[in-house]
Design a protein around this ligand. Structure first.
Ligand code: TNX
Length: 513
């Protein structure tokens, strides 16, 4: 042993001795923690891990992905506990800490989180899995209350966890009302707490075009200049969009861009006269009707336009998906619709993205890996499955975040249903429709349309707490889900949402703590 090693050993021993101060004698119960989504398996060892003072974070920081995770964890840990974490190599000597370990025992997002009295281990097969384990640990820390002496402890035990579906998403409509980069970032932090891993941005609609397209600049300068009720609108530059992508990526959330076509295109039709069959530019629109606009399926320029838009967005989108919309094209003839959607899907493929469309796209020829997003028509969806498509479950009557909770809700719409917190939680994507079975389902997505919402607090009032339930449907197996138990866990998330400044709807169905 070298002199330095001896010295280190001495320091460690001294630190261990000094840390032998009292810890609570009462047993702890990791199995009783109100985690959402509920993990696959929890076992408890009834001791405590004290959150205090100097702690180390062991990880292989030569791995770039893991290095980014360690920085994220260190920032969050300090914000939550006021304590700093020291970065250390895996296996180095230490007193107390958190270690991140890769192991081929796990795959994808699966992870193991073991909390012992002086070491917390997160083990996963991928960096994504390590991050999911951290998200569970973060939530556990947030759920703890300090004791009379102001001390914080974590309950010890082990969590083995893996997701039910690989796609657990939410959609934000930034077209009907525009939301700033800062607002979307804050929302990303909130949805990350519940292991949501896809954020679908509805970037264009009749009321506004929200993403810069360099080859068609009027789309944003003119088409992005207003919103529902005539507010000033706005748009993301390509840099803004990439900043959102990076911010989401650091939380292991993938952005899915949507350009809604051939209907829901008034903002584009107002910006470029040549996209209209009659060659006349439309007026900008600030109402909330749907189904009155269409791109001109017969014109060559239309497909040049689609090609440019898809090419520019695809080139700055690292995620695998591109959403072409395709809903409610009530003024497009069926023949034109099929022509248009078939061509648009091919263009998405040409730029190496997997196409997603609302369930109406079943009418077109679908490339083999297409995703049909089920929102209102199960037959359409089943027909798409018959053509080889996978399904994203967004049934409006259960999963639309823009539906009112009850008839007194100030914000939101009610055309599909009133969706209280129980209705939003208590359904099963695998058995909702006889014609859609589990093996066809890619995952679940809860869309938030923005006709009635104008700011972050409006967003969170409709999204929370229902999104916590959709996150659990997406992550936890059906056998783990139970309304009564969920209701009690959710009650403990009131203070967690307060902590995160989530202005949620305090549903009377929950006995908030
Ligand atoms: C239907 S859902 C729409 C949207 C509206 C929404 C309002 C879907 C694919 N289309 O254009 O915003 O209802 O709830």
């Amino acid at each position: 042993m070298t002199f330095v090693q001896k010295l280190l050993l001495l320091f460690s021993l001294l630190a261990i001795l000094s840390s032998c101060e009292e810890v609570p004698q009462d047993p702890t119960y990791l199995t009783q923690e109100a985690l959402i989504p509920i993990p696959a398996k929890v076992t408890e060892t009834n001791k405590v891990f004290p959150i205090k003072g100097r702690m180390d974070l062991f990880a292989d920081r030569e791995n770039e992905e893991i290095k980014k995770i360690t920085e994220h964890i260190a920032n969050q840990w300090e914000a939550l506990t006021t304590y700093k974490l020291n970065f250390m190599k895996v296996g180095s000597m230490s007193i107390r800490g958190i270690s991140l370990e890769l192991s081929d025992q796990h795959q994808g997002e699966a992870y193991m989180l073991n909390i012992d009295t002086d070491l917390i281990r997160i083990v996963a097969g991928t960096s994504e899995g390590l991050f999911r384990g951290w998200q569970t640990l973060e939530q556990l820390v947030r759920l703890q209350k300090a004791d009379e002496k102001g001390r914080l402890f974590l309950p010890t035990g082990e969590i083995e966890d893996a997701p039910n579906y690989g796609y657990r998403g939410t959609m934000l409509d930034v077209s009907r009302h525009f939301f700033s980069v800062e607002e979307v970032k804050t929302y990303i932090d909130m949805i990350a707490m519940y292991k949501i891993n896809y954020l679908h941005l509805h970037l264009s609609d009749d009321q506004g075009w929200r993403i810069e397209i360099k080859s068609w600049p009027n789309l944003t300068t003119h088409g992005g200049s207003t919103e529902v009720d005539g507010g000033e609108g706005g748009f993301y530059t390509q840099e803004d969009y990439q900043e959102l992508i990076r911010y989401a990526q650091a939380r292991y959330i993938t952005i899915v861009p949507e350009i809604d076509m051939p209907g829901h295109t008034n903002a584009a039709l107002a910006s470029y006269a040549e996209l209209n069959c009659d060659g006349k530019a439309r007026e900008l629109y600030t109402g909330t009707e749907v189904g009155f606009s269409t791109l001109c399926a017969e014109k060559e320029i239309t497909y040049q336009f689609v090609d440019d838009v898809v090419r520019e967005i695809a080139s700055i989108t690292p995620g695998p998906y591109f959403h072409i919309g395709g809903d409610e094209s009530h003024v497009t003839s069926k023949e034109d619709y099929i022509t248009f959607v078939t061509k648009a899907l091919k263009i998405v493929e040409k730029y190496n993205k997997t196409p997603i469309g609302w369930d109406e796209i079943n009418q077109a020829d679908l490339p083999a890996n297409t995703v049909a997003q089920y929102w209102h028509n199960a037959e359409n969806t089943a027909a798409a499955v018959g053509k080889g498509a996978k399904v994203l479950m967004s049934p409006a009557a259960y999963a639309y975040l823009d539906m009112k909770y009850d008839s007194t809700t100030r914000l939101g719409l009610s055309w599909a249903a009133l969706i209280d917190v129980k209705r939003g939680y208590d359904w099963n994507p695998d058995s909702l429709e006889a014609s859609i079975s589990k093996e066809d389902i890619l995952g679940i997505e809860a869309p938030l349309w923005a006709e009635t919402i104008e700011n972050l607090s409006d967003i969170t009032h409709l999204a929370f707490p229902r999104l916590c339930g959709y996150a659990e449907i997406g992550w936890s197996a059906a056998s783990q889900r139970n309304w009564d138990a969920y209701r009690r866990r959710l009650a403990r998330h009131g203070s967690l949402m307060d902590q995160m400044e989530i202005d949620f709807y305090p549903s009377p169905l929950i006995d908030w703590e």
